[in-house]
Structure formats: structure tokens, C-alpha cells
Design a protein around this ligand. Structure first.
Ligand code: NAP
Length: 246
């Protein structure tokens, strides 16, 4: 792998995206922290810069095609490549409460809103950056998914997860997993590796204070997948080193 790797982490102004940025930067990787609110992004990147880490903030709402185009043009102009893309930005619910978000009642508008961020944004951004990732000698794409998107676990009545059915979120993460599978197949003859990460249930604004895991642990799966060596897996779904069924 080349020195001075360059990574883009979306939704990096807080939570898992911030911590993933920090841990990757500690490995000597130059990090671009995507944030849809540039002020929040600047204040987040300043915290890491103050720790001596090599990070920059980039304005990136993953549902904004102009932001995506600008990001592509920026990496093309300044680096001519991108080594790591962590598709971390995500949301759990729109108007309906997370756990009241049932397949029988959630509005189509709410489902669309969640898919815009959790799937369509990731697809558009990844496709824009793919030519640059192909120029890396070790391109890595990590789609930050959730075990709640596992069709096998959701369809097994005996699984603990089967009791948790926030439909729009689960469907968006299942679709994101399909993106991982399709992209990995498409890129199988290239050095690029594409995997889905389940962080665990982690204390963040999204995960709430009830979550058992701290963010330092939660970021580890994405960090591992972003820094896999050339013998590492592609087209898989992991929590730490454990493979999760699709
Ligand atoms: N925490 C958990 O227990 C858990 C479990 C499984 C999977 N995950 C996944 O992990 C990822 C990170 O979640 P988190 O727990 O760190 O949540 P978080 O603290 O709520 O952070 C979510 C991040 O995504 C950003 N975001 C939302 N919509 C965006 C958009 N349109 N464009 C760009 N950024 C956007 C948010 O920006 P703003 O600050 O501007 O809103 C924020 O930076 C998500 O994909 C989530 O589904 C989390």
C-alpha cells in the first residue's frame, strides 16, 4: 500500500464517523471528514487537528449532487486518486419514531427519506469516486450498515433481532448490503475491496445512551475493513472479525 493514504469518511462531524476518522488518522492516513453542516464539520476537524492529526473537513451532504460532484473534482484535482471511502452517514427514522416505524404504517415518504441518505446518497457518492478509487493501488470501500439489515436474522423468528423491526431503516441497510455485494462482484478483478460493517450497538446520538458499546469500540470494524491488506476479504459483512449472515 502506498504511503500517505487518503480517506473520505462521510457523516464525520460526530459519532462513529468522527471516531473512525480519528482512528484512521492515528494510522497516518490523511482524512477528509465529510459533514453536511460545514460549521459542525470544521469544529469536529479542529478537535482532531488540535491532537496533531492530519484531517480536513469537506462539505458533503450525501443527498446533495453538487456536493458529491465537488468532492469528486477536489480529489481529482489535488490527489488524482482516493484510497479509502467510508460510507458512514446514516439516519434511522424520519417523522415516525424509530421503534414505531412498522412495515404496516410507516409512510412511503419517510421510507424514501431514509433511503435517500442510507442508500441513494451512498450509491451516488461511491459511483462518483469509483474512478479515483480505481487509481489507488489498494482501494477500500466500507459501507457502514447494521445487523438490523440482515435478511437472514430478520426472517428467523428465534433471532433476538427479529423482535426489532424498524422497517425503513432495516430495509435501507439490507439494500446497502446488496450494494456491497454487487460492487464487490463488479470489482473482483481489481485491488478494490468492498465490505459492509456492523459497528455494534454503540453510544452515539443515533445509538442512544442505552447502547452497551463505547464509540472507540464501535469504530473498530470500519477501521479494520478500511485498512485490510491485499489478502483481506471482499463482498462480506462483518462485526469486528466475525462474519454476519446477509
Ligand atoms: N450507533 C449505533 O448503535 C449504530 C448501529 C448500527 C449501525 N450504525 C450506523 O453507523 C453510522 C453512524 O451512526 P452514528 O451512530 O455515529 O450516528 P450519529 O452520531 O447520529 O451520526 C450520524 C452522522 O451522519 C450524518 N448524516 C445524516 N444525514 C446525512 C446526510 N444527508 N449527509 C451527510 N451526513 C449525514 C450526521 O450529520 P448531522 O450531525 O448533520 O446530523 C452525523 O454526522 C450510521 O450509518 C448508522 O446507521 C450505528
Amino acid at each position: 500500500m502506498s504511503a500517505n493514504r487518503i480517506a473520505l469518511v462521510t457523516g464525520a462531524n460526530k459519532g462513529l464517523g468522527f471516531e473512525t476518522s480519528r482512528q484512521l488518522a492515528l494510522k497516518g492516513i490523511k482524512i477528509f471528514m465529510g459533514a453536511r453542516d460545514i460549521d459542525k464539520g470544521k469544529s469536529a476537524s479542529k478537535k482532531l487537528k488540535d491532537q496533531g492529526l492530519d484531517v480536513e473537513c469537506i462539505e458533503l451532504d450525501v443527498t446533495n449532487s453538487s456536493h458529491i460532484k465537488q468532492a469528486g473534482e477536489y480529489f481529482e484535482k489535488h490527489y488524482g486518486r482516493l484510497d479509502i471511502l467510508v460510507n458512514n452517514a446514516g439516519m434511522t427514522h424520519a417523522e415516525e419514531p424509530f421503534f414505531g416505524n412498522s412495515a404496516g404504517t410507516v409512510s412511503a415518504a419517510a421510507v424514501r427519506k431514509i433511503f435517500e441518505v442510507n442508500l441513494f446518497g451512498q450509491v451516488e457518492l461511491t459511483q462518483k469516486l469509483l474512478p479515483l478509487l480505481k487509481k489507488s493501488d489498494a482501494g477500500r470501500i466500507v459501507n457502514v450498515s447494521s445487523i438490523l439489515g440482515s435478511l437472514m436474522l430478520q426472517s428467523n423468528e428465534k433471532s433476538d433481532l427479529a423482535q426489532l423491526k424498524p422497517f425503513a431503516y432495516d430495509a435501507s441497510k439490507a439494500a446497502l448490503n446488496q450494494f456491497t455485494i454487487h460492487l464487490a462482484a463488479l470489482l473482483k478483478d481489481t485491488p478494490i475491496k468492498v465490505n459492509s460493517a456492523h459497528p455494534g450497538w454503540v453510544k452515539t446520538d443515533l445509538g442512544t445512551d442505552m447502547a452497551p458499546m463505547v464509540v472507540e469500540e464501535g469504530a473498530k470494524t470500519a477501521v479494520r475493513l478500511a485498512t485490510l491488506n491485499q489478502d483481506g476479504p471482499t463482498g462480506k459483512f462483518f462485526h469486528f472479525n466475525d462474519e454476519i449472515p446477509w
